[in-house]
Design a protein around this ligand. Structure first.
Ligand SMILES: [Zn+2]
Length: 500
């Protein structure tokens, strides 16, 4: 391939969105690419030197380097020599541990944002005889390695010389998946090892609900649940890929779907907000648990504890979207729905943040006034819960989901103004994701740490969709608007990293 054509392709990020076989070529676009004369030839064997402090800080880097060793005809990594050799080599390390890497960092100082490279930023220099990769943190080295691997996949034997500086615009870039049983563990692994790194996604929210082998309340474990060993294994895999797993139980609402009531309420009907409602859920959207039942808080805390421990998690997502049934039971009737909702949120917060010291996430829809914001009763509240926005802890991170295409998305500023960190959360329409995240990027900062791609598919469905095998659950908008979960996922991930 001609060099100019390669560079064009590289800079353009090869955003070919149509063919499944082309998905492997998708990559996020570095912030700065400066071309230079010459090529680094991959035909010649190259030595690969890795910094000792880097490996000490993040031993998993040695695994991340392995695919690169293969493409450079090298068997092993070596300690950094002084002086550096005249023969071709690749040098990878933190800027503090080698003078060549220190020089590379200094050469970019004036061109980087005031905040620097951030946690995941990296610098690469490609010259005919060497490639230098440095960063301030192991996460940055990892992202630089991902870039090199992806760029090398796209080139022939000659790697064009140049300088690359890249960093993440939004630090938190996540995907939310459902979970249908432990047969999906291999697919979650593929997400963690293949797709999420490629998309530069660093947070995986797994909606486990009752699909865990709970020991505190074994009766609520659904069929074929995750085991403790599964969670520990996934947690290790995630760590190797610098991904944080955030386990989730959808609290309060969503205790049933269609005719199926989930195990919490089938085994413990005493927690049901509407125990007398038809058993087949006729006329109901989803059942809720009662926030006023004296035993529900402890019961749910036990389940959360098990998931936090199993995944070694430092964050938990409590769900709480689309709570339609509230204030219905004899304990709750007559009470203000906002007070009831706020009690449920604050009880969970007290346990997660107060006792377990983990970060708490939840969906934001019940805190939005659907009438005032002209939003539907799913993405905002029409049942009086919105005033809870002023009654709950401000350190809860709100995942603000919207899937339609309004002119504006005022909920982001609204939630921020009430003191919350907000994570815009899109789904399967590229037009909606583009506009929603576009608004989000205008509000970026401490109160907008990231973007969340929701999928409303299980791990298996998402992997199949990303591989182009079949389309994941995609019925909600079918026949009305064009949906494409894969394209929307890629677009959100790219925008979150690139900031445009
Ligand atoms: Zn109740």
């Amino acid at each position: 391939m001609k060099r100019w054509l390669y560079l064009f392709a590289l800079v353009a990020g090869l955003t070919c969105f149509s063919k499944p076989q082309a998905q492997g070529q998708r990559m996020v676009q570095p912030k700065i690419v400066q071309s230079a004369d010459g090529v680094f030839s991959k035909e010649r064997p190259s030595q690969v030197f890795v910094g000792a402090s880097l490996l000490k800080a993040a031993p998993q880097i040695s695994d991340a380097i392995k695919p690169l060793l293969t493409s450079l005809h090298s068997d092993t990594t070596l300690e950094m020599p002084t002086p550096l050799p005249k023969t071709p080599y690749l040098l990878i390390g933190l800027a503090t541990e080698n003078s060549a890497l220190k020089r590379l960092k200094s050469s970019w100082k004036a061109k980087l944002p005031a905040s620097g490279l951030g946690k995941e930023g990296y610098l690469i220099e490609i010259a005919p005889q060497h490639i230098h990769l440095t960063a301030d943190n192991p996460e940055g080295i990892y992202c630089g390695l991902l870039y090199l691997l992806q760029a090398m996949e796209l080139t022939g034997l000659e790697f064009p010389c140049g300088n690359i500086a890249d960093w993440a615009t939004l630090q938190w870039r996540g995907i939310h998946i459902l979970f249908n049983g432990r047969q999906e563990v291999p697919q979650i692994e593929r997400l963690l090892t293949e797709f999420m790194p490629r998309l530069r996604l660093n947070q995986l929210i797994i909606e486990v609900n009752y699909f865990f082998d709970y020991k505190s309340h074994p009766e609520v474990a659904a069929q074929n649940p995750l085991t403790l060993a599964d969670c520990q294994h996934l947690s290790e895999v995630a760590k190797k890929n610098f991904i944080r797993i955030v386990p989730m139980i959808n609290c309060m609402g969503h205790q049933s779907w269609a005719k199926t009531t989930f195990t919490l309420l089938t085994k413990h009907p005493e927690f049901d907000e509407t125990p007398d409602a038809p058993k087949d859920n006729t006329g109901l959207y989803c059942r809720s648990w009662c926030p006023s039942h004296p035993d529900i808080g402890k019961f749910v805390s036990d389940l959360c504890d098990e998931l936090i421990d199993a995944f070694h998690a430092d964050a938990f997502h409590g769900g709480m979207d689309e709570v339609f049934l509230i204030g219905k039971c004899p304990r709750c009737i007559g009470k203000n729905p906002a007070d009831l909702f706020a009690k449920a949120v604050n009880d969970l917060h007290k346990h997660l943040v107060g006792k377990r010291k983990v970060q708490m996430y939840m969906w934001g829809d019940r805190l939005l006034d659907g009438v005032g914001m002209k939003l539907g009763e799913w993405e905002a509240s029409a049942n009086g819960t919105a005033p809870a926005i002023d009654k709950i802890a401000k350190d809860i991170v709100l995942c603000d989901w919207h899937y339609e295409l309004p002119d504006d998305f005022p909920s982001i500023a609204h939630l921020q103004q009430h003191g919350f960190q907000v994570i815009p959360s899109g789904w399967n329409r590229t037009d909606s994701v583009q506009r929603f995240l576009g608004v989000g990027l205008k509000h970026q900062g401490a109160k907008l740490p990231g973007y969340l791609a929701t999928t409303w598919a299980s791990a298996g469905g998402v992997v199949d969709e990303l591989l182009g095998v079949k389309i994941a659950r995609d019925t909600a908008n079918k026949g009305r608007v064009k949906t494409d979960l894969t394209a929307a996922l890629w677009l959100g991930a790219k925008m979150a990293w690139e900031g445009k």
